[in-house]
Write a protein that binds this ligand. Structure first.
Ligand SMILES: *Cc1c(COP(=O)(O)O)cnc(C)c1O
Length: 505
């Protein structure tokens, strides 16, 4: 039920630079977007519901708006947004592929969505079967032995993996002596952060002139105080680490473990497996590779799969297939303990499971093949327009550099990114990996058609020929223009203060 008709009697342009007021500015005392049932509600002494000491003296200052105004407000905001449902989103390393609606339908099924996590095992056999089969699929895809589905994000999977690494070394009496984890200088920022959070020290290994781990430099850093190495393969330059078997051998020789940052799994599905490369621990970003909507904070899923010797340390309890064919729970005997309540972000897991089943093994292989094809096509098409620091066959993403444009006309990667917004594309990742000057990391993904990838290339070509002045002012056609990013980061104002509204902030 909605309250009285809305408080903002204007015609609403869908685009343009009109400021959208906050929902608090739309507020008008007494308006409501809901109405509670008033008949047949049992009387209950207030003190029994919430003891007096825990009750507010004054109501929370919430916005008071009608349902009609509320829906209009958020719909207007949604029209000012760019999204994967709207168009190409080539944000490198993030794998912003289109997410099939089928996966949403599955996650919305009442039998999955409405189940209480504490429901008796006999009543949730279907859910448990889905989780067990998802774990088995992920092990088959990565070449590992068993998995935990609990971690809710890639970074959470990383921390889980490092705790597994520590549990292993502790059981071998070496937790005190193995203090270092090696990470390449091209690594994602979460890797060193997770290493530190996991109680280890970071040792950086440089990349060689081919953009891969410098194996000689790695050997110099390997000793019996190394707990392990964290790698993503293909690495963040989109390049396959061709020396991976030698790297694995060298790390294992000194008693270290190999951790695979599986955020880039979209490049290798059905083609190669971390387990076959010698990795011991793998996390996967289901929200990247397996079509769970992400960006804006989740909910994601970062399951961790391990080789057989590490299975007993996994967070528990794990859903398992029992000898009699039914499903239940199993607590690994040397478990590091829970890393998430209940079963992790269960509906993100249901989406990923449905994506895997719908594609099948051959479909998943095709996903990676087309993702790699699109990214290589783009490199060929734009080489000569942008610098390509490592101009050899890439995997699912390609890293360009705007250094040539900076030297010639003062055009920087950030200008290219902002101009792309005007061209109707989401910006690529910029200034990452850190080892590439003026980096533009482009990941077209497999869900974009050849026409769309060609249109993206056309747009990037036009931008490269732009006058620097036009690019410096971009974006000029979006609801919000060029923002002062340094100021936005340093003077963060995360709350709305009615007294300040109307000011420049
Ligand atoms: C996205 C990403 C991560 C972190 O994943 P989150 O789910 O965002 O925590 C780690 N490593 C790489 C290479 C990534 O691209």
């Amino acid at each position: 039920m909605s309250g009285p008709a809305g408080g903002r009697a204007t015609s609403i342009p869908l685009m343009g630079r009109d400021e959208e007021p906050t929902v608090f500015e739309l507020s008008s005392t007494g308006r409501r977007a809901w109405s509670f049932r008033t008949t047949g509600v049992p009387e209950w002494p207030e003190d029994e519901l919430v003891p007096a000491g825990h009750r507010r003296d004054e109501p929370v200052p919430l916005a008071e708006v009608s349902e009609r105004d509320l829906v209009a407000h958020f719909t207007r905001l949604s029209h000012r947004q760019y999204s994967v449902d709207l168009g190409a989103y080539p944000l490198g390393s993030c794998t912003m592929k289109y997410n099939p609606k089928l996966c949403d339908d599955v996650a919305a099924m009442a039998g999955l969505a409405n189940v209480h996590p504490a429901a008796p095992v006999a009543t949730i056999q279907g859910w448990l079967e889905l989780l067990v089969e998802l774990g088995e699929s992920l092990c088959a895809i990565t070449g590992m032995h068993s998995a935990t589905l609990q971690p809710p994000a890639g970074a959470a999977g990383e921390l889980t993996g490092l705790l597994l690494m520590r549990a292993w070394h502790r059981d071998h009496g070496e937790d005190a002596t193995r203090r270092r984890v090696i990470i390449p200088d091209s690594a994602h920022g979460t890797n060193p952060a997770s290493v530190t959070l996991g109680g280890y020290e970071v040792t950086t290994v440089p990349s060689d002139d081919r953009g891969c781990v410098d194996v000689a430099a790695l050997r110099e850093r390997l000793d019996t105080d190394v707990a392990g190495i964290m790698l993503t393969n293909p690495n963040t330059l989109g390049l396959f680490e061709e020396d991976i078997l030698e790297i694995a051998r060298s790390v294992h020789e000194v008693g270290g473990l190999l951790y695979y940052d599986g955020a880039n799994l979209n490049a290798i599905l059905g083609v190669t497996r971390p387990g076959d490369m010698g990795f011991d621990i793998v996390h996967m970003n289901l929200h990247k590779t397996f079509a769970v909507p992400h960006g804006g904070g989740g909910p994601g899923a970062g399951p961790v799969a391990v080789s057989e010797r590490l299975a007993r340390y996994l967070p528990g309890p794990c859903p398992v297939r029992l000898a009699d064919g039914t499903f239940g729970w199993h607590a690994p005997d040397r478990s590091i303990g829970r890393v998430h309540s209940w079963h992790g972000n269960a509906l993100a897991l249901a989406r990923a499971a449905s994506y895997i089943v719908a594609n099948g093994g051959d479909g998943l292989q095709q996903v990676s093949e087309v993702a790699v094809l699109n990214a290589n096509w783009l490199r060929h098409r734009l080489r000569g327009v942008y610098d390509v620091p490592f101009d050899r066959p890439n995997m699912h993403e390609v890293v360009f550099s705007a250094t040539n444009l900076k030297k010639a006309r003062g055009l920087r990667a950030v200008d290219v990114a902002k101009r792309l917004l005007e061209e109707g594309f989401h910006a690529p990742t910029v200034y990452f990996p850190l080892i590439v000057d003026e980096a533009l990391m482009v990941e077209p993904t497999e869900t974009e058609s050849p026409e769309t990838v060609a249109a993206l290339a056309d747009a990037m070509e036009r931008i490269a020929q732009d006058s620097a002045d036009a690019a410096h002012d971009a974006p000029r056609t979006t609801p919000v223009g060029r923002v002062d990013e340094a100021r936005a980061a340093r003077q963060l104002i995360p709350t709305f203060d009615a007294r300040r509204s109307g000011g420049a902030d």
